[in-house]
Design a protein around this ligand. Structure first.
Ligand code: ADP
Ligand code: MG
Length: 705
């Protein structure tokens, strides 16, 4: 049975086995044969095209090159005297190096000097020399015996570890093997009539063509079909939720503007609200007096003052006898919200508590008991808020800060904290075009803060390489003398965490040496520190005791120290655009001119260069988001995370496939109108599709690069 084949462990695919199966799971979340077949190429190369060395020099992507081996040998080079095997290869147009660091014995036996080979890999430049590391290699005889189909071969998203275990073409090989295991066609969830109505290829054929295109036209149809299914799956969910919500009139009513709000607004407001903040508060207020349950997405660039809007909305809930809570993605951010709420709400008759994963027994008890008895009005916290033991007496309003960090399921668990669902405000600095957000979320209304608080000077952004470090240090000292503070941020990319921490601690030591006590105080903050130590570092920096904070991207979200005027981002080329923008948003929060310095190595890929240039050119988050989409290939491994949704889309890109998106939206509405529960026999497949895209996964949209 096919169902069984698709669900069986990927280790049974010929050529995979235990070790590679573990790697596939860890690196690409591929567990089953079905997962493997759902791993789609992100582009196709023409394998009938063979490059000369001169042409390969300009090829930025994987290519076939026909070369003759001229010289070969083993050498030891670099740190740790790593063993490498090098072949010098040649054709009429030039020469190049092929290198191997692993499997040397094996490859050594397969290469003969003087013989011609067809090699396949990604050319790069190393010390001015064209090079391919770990290429695939065939003799010309082997190459000629391969049968050419359409000439198009899929290139699969991969990771460094996967390619070094499987080789450049390894993914293609195991997917071919997995396909060979199928005993019957892949079941099609769409009724035949619907396929016909929308001109869709059968699913089985679509899968075949996405992996093994028979022609350019069939590939196009295959892509269209697979995109259609993904977006339809999402739309079936979105439209079902929307109609369920609209059918009910069970939103809490907040008609009253009372003592809490008035005291705060008249006596405590630290500054006049911007026009945009006022407008959004009005929109929220409008929602909470209609009887519908509010589900609102608040978009506003970093530093636009979303927190204050959240606080004021929560006060309105409290005035009407309800509790409110705000969930932040990190401990640091939750503590910061808590501290600023306590400060702003002194003498306002409202009680605030905090609950996080590292709350001590006393704090935890105070929060849990206060919330259950109704004594606490506003609870600030992290994920800890969604734990079952957090029982509210009467939760009426929920704020989710930096929503891109939370999944749909986590949001859903918050709205079941009361018998009747509370009003929900989700806030994000990751802009999604308005129309797109409405189509995607469907059940969310959208508010935008499109105005920064007055008096902000645009941050000046510069890109430096290491040769300018002395100058940079001089600049930092000058700023510190003026009484300002600086962040120095190191990348934290999960694949090589240990190395990242080493960079960070080395950096910290260097900074401490170059900025010696007693004139300079440097603090450090990263995810591996104990919460208490982290907090202490943050406190030192906030209170101005520390002049420099060396940190990982832990500080990326939300931290607010208006006196900090310099943001130095080390190895900036390793960050994605939206992350760079978030980081930059940590400065420029006071009235002083602020600076963002992007440090990078000398050599940059074209894409990294474009990212850093964009940062230097504009501070507009919406423009950067658009650029980011443009720069990124449609199907790179991380690309799916960008779409701004909690679904792992493999092929559709809602920003680009707008037409398919609106078709599937109409299709979903039409189907649900006649069969809202999708219980008709011919709709079983659709029901399954809806379940598959119900959106349990949590994707961290800030880790985009
Ligand atoms: P974000 O939208 O990124 O969450 P915050 O809510 O952290 O932004 O606000 C950024 C900074 O702007 C904070 O220091 C906050 O106190 C300040 N701020 C917010 N609203 C205003 C306003 N209307 N006028 C002046 N400063 C403001
Ligand atoms: Mg914020």
């Amino acid at each position: 049975m096919n169902g069984q084949v698709l669900h069986s462990d990927v280790k049974f695919v010929p050529g995979v086995g235990e070790a590679r199966a573990r790697l596939l799971e860890r690196e690409l979340s591929i567990r089953t044969v079905g997962d493997l077949l759902n791993h789609f190429p992100f582009r196709y190369i023409d394998r009938t095209r063979i490059y000369t060395i001169a042409e390969a020099t300009n090829a930025s992507e994987t290519a076939y090159v026909q070369v003759r081996a001229r010289l070969m040998g083993v050498s030891y080079a670099g740190e740790g005297r790593k063993r490498r095997f090098t072949v010098i290869a040649q054709d009429q147009t030039g020469r190049m190096e092929l290198v191997w660091f692993q499997g040397i014995k094996w490859i050594e036996k397969r290469i003969e000097v003087g013989r011609e080979y067809l090699i396949f890999g990604r050319p790069s430049r190393y010390r001015g020399q064209l090079q391919i590391a770990h290429p695939e290699l065939e003799t010309m005889e082997q190459a000629q015996s391969r049968k050419a189909e359409s000439g198009m071969q899929g290139i699969y998203p991969s990771t460094e570890r996967i390619s070094s275990s499987l080789g450049t073409k390894g993914m293609y090989r195991i997917i071919t093997a997995a396909w060979g295991l199928l005993r019957e066609p892949i079941p099609d969830p769409l009724p035949a009539a619907m396929r016909q109505q929308y001109g869709l290829m059968e699913l089985h054929r679509a899968y075949y063509n996405i992996h093994f295109p028979q022609s350019a036209e069939e590939l196009r149809q295959a892509q269209y079909r697979l995109k259609f299914d993904e977006l339809l799956g999402i739309q079936l969910n979105v439209q079902s939720r929307r109609s369920a919500r609209m059918a009910k009139q069970d939103g809490f009513l907040f008609p009253k503007v009372g003592e809490v709000f008035n005291t705060f607004y008249n006596e405590k407001l630290p500054f006049p609200l911007t026009g945009a903040q006022k407008r959004v508060i009005k929109e929220i207020r409008q929602d909470t007096i209609t009887g519908f349950q509010m589900n609102r997405l608040l978009q506003g660039d970093v530093g636009s003052g979303k927190t204050l809007v959240a606080l004021i909305s929560m006060l309105l809930a409290v005035d009407n006898g309800f509790q409110a809570c705000i969930m932040a993605p990190t401990e640091i951010l939750a503590r910061q919200h808590y501290a600023s709420f306590c400060r702003m709400l002194s003498d306002v008759p409202v009680r605030v508590a905090i609950l996080t994963g590292s709350s001590k027994a006393k704090e935890r008890r105070a929060a849990l008991e206060g919330i259950a008895s109704g004594e606490v009005d506003i609870l600030v916290g992290t994920h800890a808020l969604i734990e079952d033991r957090v029982q509210f007496a009467n939760l009426g309003f929920v704020v989710i800060d930096e929503q891109h960090r939370f999944g749909v399921e986590q949001r859903a668990r918050l709205w079941t904290k009361n018998l009747q669902p509370p009003h929900i405000l989700v806030m994000t600095a990751t802009p999604i075009p308005r129309t797109l957000a409405m189509t995607l979320y469907g059940d969310l209304d959208v508010s935008v803060i499109d105005e920064l608080p007055p008096g902000r000077r645009p941050i000046q952004t510069y890109h430096y390489t290491d040769s300018a470090r002395l100058r940079l240090w001089g600049f930092l000292k000058q700023q510190i003398k003026l009484g300002r503070q600086a962040y120095i941020v190191y990348p934290l990319i999960q694949e090589s965490e240990a190395m990242d921490y080493k960079d960070l601690t080395d950096g910290y030591e260097a900074v401490s040496r170059d900025f010696p006590l007693p004139d300079y105080v440097t603090a450090i903050c990263h995810g591996k520190m104990k919460p208490a130590d982290k907090e202490e570092s943050m406190r030192q920096f906030k209170e101005g005791v520390a002049h420099i904070l060396v940190a990982t991207s832990v500080i990326e979200v939300g931290v607010d120290v208006p006196n900090a005027t310099v943001m130095v981002i080390e190895s900036a080329e390793r960050f994605g655009l939206s992350q760079l923008h978030q980081l930059r948003g940590r400065v420029g929060r006071g009235g002083e001119q602020s600076y963002c310095i992007l440090m990078s190595g000398e050599k940059l890929s074209r894409e990294s260069k474009a990212r850093l240039d964009a940062m230097c050119e504009t501070t507009d988050g919406f423009r950067l988001a658009e650029l980011d989409l443009k720069l990124r290939g449609a199907g790179d491994v991380n690309g799916t995370q960008q779409s701004g949704m909690a679904f792992d889309l493999k092929i559709a890109n809602p920003t680009r496939d707008v037409q398919v998106l609106s078709l599937t939206r109409d299709a979903a509405i039409a189907i649900l109108e006649h069969d809202p529960t999708l219980s008709r026999a011919e709709h079983h497949g659709l029901a399954e599709l809806r379940r598959r895209y119900a959106g349990e996964e949590q994707i961290d949209f800030s880790r985009i690069s």
